[in-house]
Design a protein around this ligand. Structure first.
Ligand code: ACO
Length: 332
């Protein structure tokens, strides 16, 4: 028995915010955003929706894809950088909205690497025999934590959710290696300073926009170009594979130039890297799951294909999962 992905789903809000729309909000241009980041447009969550709503939509699609009922799920793990509330966890809200009875549910906070962490955690639960089917979600609405007067951050992010269902697959297939890392020395490079117990909401914190994303863009850029290759190499080594064995690299979508840099470092064709940043911007913990779901639904993944999910994010964190894809049996 191995553990693999037996269903995928994603959800993107319908509201589109283009670079041209942003030109009317801050001192920026479509040309700058496209050439410096690769982003053309992003989705923005509806005013009356929350990340649990997006997570539920993505989860329902993943359940349908796996031909499972919500009652088949044993555990929910939700990765996010923008929890709906500090307490309770967003995963409990999702559990309730899905009608999932009393199965355990918890959130994972690992920056944009959250999905990689959550997949790794979920895999362990199945491997130990504690649970059989785990719903893993990445959902974020960082648009609600952006300073819309700060052109260095507000052009980068979009909202969305992606989900995968982990379950048993035939031996030798599925998730064949994981690699996780973190370095708290870089905690200041990317953060939302206020709103937690360290700096609760005050008039002053609102005035100073301390509930918004703050980022040292060029430092994070440099970190990303080191972290993605490091995670890739480590996870592939654990799987006893090389980059040439990989059919698709599904990286966190933060900046197209970061991905170009990674492709160059590995000497691989740019086609090997899956990209959807042009349409959605950086959807944080959701980005890898959305890209995987789109690829899967386009019937581009075949049995035996090696996929590499690789991410980096606030923390700082980075990590990767190597997967040998198997056409899962649609049975319970
Ligand atoms: N429009 C126009 N000009 C801009 C904009 C904008 N939106 N943003 C910055 N500029 C200007 C700057 O003010 C600067 O002008 P100056 O030279 O007059 O001072 C100039 O453009 C260059 O700025 P840089 O910051 O050097 O631009 P850079 O090429 O580094 O791109 C960017 C900035 C896009 C933020 C890049 O550094 C980046 O992508 N960093 C990584 C971000 C990232 O990966 N974040 C995700 C983390 S994952 C998670 O956990 C959430």
């Amino acid at each position: 028995m191995s553990v693999g992905i037996i269903g995928t789903g994603s959800y993107l809000p319908s509201k589109v915010l283009t670079n041209f729309d942003l030109e009317k909000i801050v001192d920026t241009s479509d040309e700058w955003i496209k050439t410096r980041t690769g982003i053309s447009e992003r989705r923005i969550i509806d005013d009356n929706a929350n990340i649990s709503d997006m997570a539920v939509e993505a989860s329902k699609k993943a359940l349908l894809d796996a031909d499972l009922e919500v009652s088949d799920i044993d555990l929910i793990i939700l990765a996010t950088c923008s929890p709906e509330t500090l307490m309770p966890s967003t995963s409990c809200l999702v559990q309730q909205k899905l009608g999932a009875k009393t199965i355990p549910a918890f959130d994972v906070s690992a920056g944009c690497t959250g999905l990689i962490y959550a997949i790794t955690i979920g895999t362990q639960f199945i491997e130990t025999g504690m649970y059989e089917k785990v719903l893993v979600i990445g959902a974020d609405a960082l648009s609600r934590h952006l300073d819309w007067t700060d052109r260095t951050t507000c052009v980068l992010f979009g909202d969305g959710a992606g989900a995968v269902i982990l379950g048993k697959v035939q031996k030798g297939y599925g998730i064949i290696s994981n690699y996780l890392a973190a370095d708290g020395k870089g905690a200041d490079l990317l953060k939302i300073p206020a709103g937690g117990s360290g700096l609760p909401a005050t008039e002053d914190s609102f005035e100073k926009k301390l509930h918004c994303v703050q980022m040292s863009g060029s430092e994070v850029f440099k970190f990303a170009t080191r972290a993605l290759p490091r995670a890739t190499k480590a996870a592939l080594k654990r799987a006893n594979l090389t980059i040439d064995d990989v059919k698709y690299i599904i990286p966190h979508q933060a900046n197209i130039r970061i991905l170009e840099n990674v492709a160059k470092k590995f000497g691989v064709g740019f086609d090997k890297l899956i990209k959807n940043i042009d349409k959605y911007g950086n959807t944080s913990t959701a980005s890898i799951a959305i890209a995987l779901d789109e690829l899967q639904r386009a019937n581009k993944i075949h049995e035996g294909d090696i996929l590499l999910l690789v991410g980096f994010g606030a923390g700082l964190t980075w990590g990767a999962n190597v997967i040998k894809w198997v056409k899962y049996k649609k049975s319970k």
